[in-house]
Design a protein around this ligand. Structure first.
Ligand code: SAM
Length: 188
């Protein structure tokens, strides 16, 4: 899977093919410290979007998502989209994953910088997420899109389309929990 391999200076592995032809760059010395190289600097404000597969959210989740959206909204546009899980109401897990995968692919534009959240992705520290956001803004992409899978995870097409795959924890998280952790990290 090509995705588990993006890395600009945030220390994740390079995926030059998805990086619109830009050559892979070695991590700059600035990254060796714990602070993001973008800390305190202004980078191009890149709109962000989070696509989550799921059913109706719990009130608690929705409240927290709204709270973080408002906080992040002071710095950049952030959109939160819920993709209906299991649109075909099937009991066949593969059919469910494939249909959610197709719905998610429809939401992605060619110039989106796509980051999938995956418990098998690259471990990232908060500073690397900040660098990822900063680096994505320098790829010529028009939007940074994060994808969170449903109960059975993300499908093949979205994984292959992704420019990066990150994991937030060594634990498998419920998709609503993954969304809140992501939003909190985006704000951080
Ligand atoms: C319940 S999990 C799906 C688990 C499923 N076994 C799978 O194969 O992906 C729902 C979604 O939450 C996200 N997720 C769960 N744990 C995660 C973690 N530790 N790091 C990043 N994303 C995670 C992923 O996007 C995942 O597709």
């Amino acid at each position: 899977m090509g995705v588990l391999s993006w890395s600009c200076s945030c220390g994740l592995n390079p995926s030059p093919s998805k990086n619109r032809g830009a050559p892979a760059r070695p991590p700059p010395p600035a990254y060796r410290g714990r602070r993001s190289k973008y800390t305190g600097q202004s980078v191009r404000k890149m709109p962000m979007r989070v696509l989550t597969v799921g059913k109706k959210r719990s009130q608690g989740t929705q409240l927290l998502v709204e709270e973080y959206k408002e906080k992040i909204g002071h710095y950049c546009d952030v959109e939160d989209s819920l993709i209906k899980s299991n649109p075909k109401l099937t009991s066949d897990v593969k059919v469910q994953i494939d249909s959610e995968d197709a719905s998610m692919m429809q939401q992605l534009k060619p110039d989106d910088f796509v980051v999938v959240l995956d418990e098998n992705g690259k471990d990232v520290m908060s500073e690397q997420i900040a660098d990822l956001i900063g680096d994505a803004g320098n790829t010529g992409s028009s939007r940074l899109t994060f994808c969170i899978g449903g109960p059975y995870g993300l499908g093949v097409q979205v994984r292959e389309r992704a420019d990066a795959a990150i994991r937030l924890s060594s634990l498998v998280l419920n998709h609503q929990v993954a969304l809140i952790v992501l939003m909190e990290q985006l704000y951080r």
